[in-house]
Design a protein. Structure first.
Length: 276
């Protein structure tokens, strides 16, 4: 075995993201902000998108110290905004090798009170917009893709698309349904786009520490920990780790998977003392 073969097994080479470019939707807060920061810290040039200009500006101020980053206020459910976003990506990055579909919405209400427009809004944001943006981004992703180093699409699903969530006590019918559908859309895209040297995978996160979960943790953190076999919530670096794997040479042969990063919550009933 030659020296070059040995280098293929070295972690710094295997998981390197140097020179890649990425678009992270919903990148101004929560997991999107965490993933954008992780990519920047590993040499990726990043565009983040969010509907709120103020949040974009705040996130950009935080992220810019870690690498080259740009932000654009855009609504991925709007066709004109999607076109504007992809044009912005091409202008700033010169190409696109990683697309992270992270923008999402949720709506919780009792069955009798669950509104049609709320259900439709969640499906439109979490599923339809992912389909539309991915379809529109394929030409740009294809330009950066090779057989040896495919372009990557990473969809952010949820453990709630694998099991029925009960910790928060309020049903989230549309959210769970949209994430389950997104997991299967991921598989469909993986088959369709493989011939163009684009891999498509999904991450199904559990609860992670971020500003987005402050309210939930304030009221239900102990229940969330009891519901998890590891009895804790996720740490930011654990989300960055799985993104790095999927986006690097280490994950180049991984395609069409849904990877839970939830401490085992989606496959366990945990203790759930509040149901006893």
């Amino acid at each position: 075995m030659g020296q070059q073969d040995n280098n293929n097994y070295v972690t710094n080479s295997l998981f390197s993201l140097e020179g890649k470019t990425a678009l992270v939707t919903g990148g101004s807060s929560g997991l999107g902000l965490i993933m954008a920061k992780g990519l920047l810290c590993n040499g990726v040039r990043v565009v983040i998108a969010s509907r709120n200009q103020e949040k974009c500006d705040m996130a950009l101020a935080e992220l810019s110290e870690f690498g080259e980053c740009w932000a654009l206020a855009a609504d991925v459910t709007d066709s004109e905004d999607r076109a504007r976003l992809l044009q912005f990506v091409e202008e700033k990055l010169g190409g696109l090798s990683i697309l992270i579909n992270n923008a999402g919405a949720n709506w919780g209400a009792k069955l009798e009170e669950y509104p049609d427009d709320g259900f439709a809004k969640v499906i439109n944001t979490n599923l339809t917009a992912v389909f539309s943006l991915t379809r529109d981004a394929v030409p740009l992703l294809s330009e950066s893709a090779t057989a040896e180093d495919p372009s990557r699409i990473i969809n952010i699903g949820s453990m709630d698309g694998i099991h029925v969530p009960i910790v928060q006590r309020v049903p989230t019918f549309a959210y769970s349904s949209s994430k389950a559908a997104l997991h299967h859309l991921t598989r469909s895209f993986a088959v369709e786009l493989a011939a163009r040297h684009i891999t498509v995978n999904a991450i199904a996160p559990g609860f992670f520490e971020s500003k987005m979960t402050d309210y939930v943790f304030e009221h239900y953190k102990k229940d969330i920990e009891d519901d998890c076999p590891l009895h804790r919530v996720g740490r930011p670096e654990e989300m960055v780790g799985i993104v790095t794997y999927l986006a690097s040479r280490a994950g180049a042969y991984t395609n069409g998977t849904v990877i839970p990063v939830d401490g085992g919550t989606s496959i366990s009933k945990g203790r759930r003392p509040w149901t006893e």
